[in-house]
Design a protein around this ligand. Structure first.
Ligand code: HEM
Ligand code: HEM
Length: 162
């Protein structure tokens, strides 16, 4: 796989787009959780734009993730940075996990919402905690690099470089 100096503009746009969408999925989750409870009780669900935003936002996260993976397969990504091989492996594992969850969250949510699969809803609730933990690890790692090691890592996700 090629190893470019930086991420492309599209990779950067999709990174921040997905991050913002994921934040809104957590901030406004109560609407879909309430609709799901109501559906389970057989109560009719009134239209709520926040439910639509959860479904559409989640679908976009998956689309962005798949698109990013296809760009990565064609153009590669810059080499991992880190003081030790263990640190680089941890960052790599976090990236793999984040991509996996950006696909598994919308998949489990869709199986619950469109297919009525209760087990998928339970899985969605467990995975939301795993995603939150990985995002926390990822953000702490990025801030540590940028502000403690002062290696300017966050600039990689600010400026495109071919
Ligand atoms: C990255 C994408 C997504 C994230 C981060 C996400 C996040 C969340 C969160 C934090 C909750 C609240 C869970 C709770 O009450 O404890 C939730 C609930 C739910 N989400 Fe998602 N979601 C995503 C995508 C989707 C999609 C695409 C759908 C449907 C097409 C969906 C359907 C649901 C349903 C049905 C619930 C209620 C489940 C329950 O309360 O048991 N989600 N989601
Ligand atoms: C929900 C939030 C986020 C998700 C899901 C996420 C996901 C990802 C993923 C999957 C990558 C790997 C990109 C690739 O190699 O193809 C990445 C890279 C990166 N992210 Fe995030 N990210 C999030 C938030 C943030 C935040 C808030 C920051 C800054 C504080 C950040 C900074 C970075 C940086 C600097 C890289 C490049 C790391 C490197 O090249 O080694 N991310 N992110």
């Amino acid at each position: 796989m090629p190893s470019p100096k930086g991420y492309t503009r599209l990779q950067i746009a999709f990174h921040w787009g997905a991050a913002l969408l994921i934040v809104q999925q957590y901030l406004f989750k109560d609407a879909i959780a309430a609709a799901w409870d109501a559906a389970a009780k057989g109560v009719e669900i009134a239209f709520n734009p926040l439910v639509l935003a959860h479904v559409a936002g989640g679908a976009l996260v998956m689309l962005f993730a798949l698109w990013r993976l296809s760009i990565k397969a064609r153009c590669g990504a810059p080499a991992m940075v880190g003081e030790s091989a263990a640190q680089r492996a941890l960052a790599k594992a976090a990236h793999v996990g984040l991509y996996a969850l950006m696909i598994l969250m919308p998949l489990s949510g869709s199986m619950a919402w469109f297919g009525g699969v209760d087990l998928a809803a339970q899985g969605h609730k467990v995975l939301k905690i795993v995603l939150l933990a990985l995002v926390a690890l990822h953000v702490v790692g990025a801030l540590y690099h940028h502000f403690v090691l002062k290696d300017g890592l966050i600039n990689r996700m600010r400026r495109a470089e071919g």
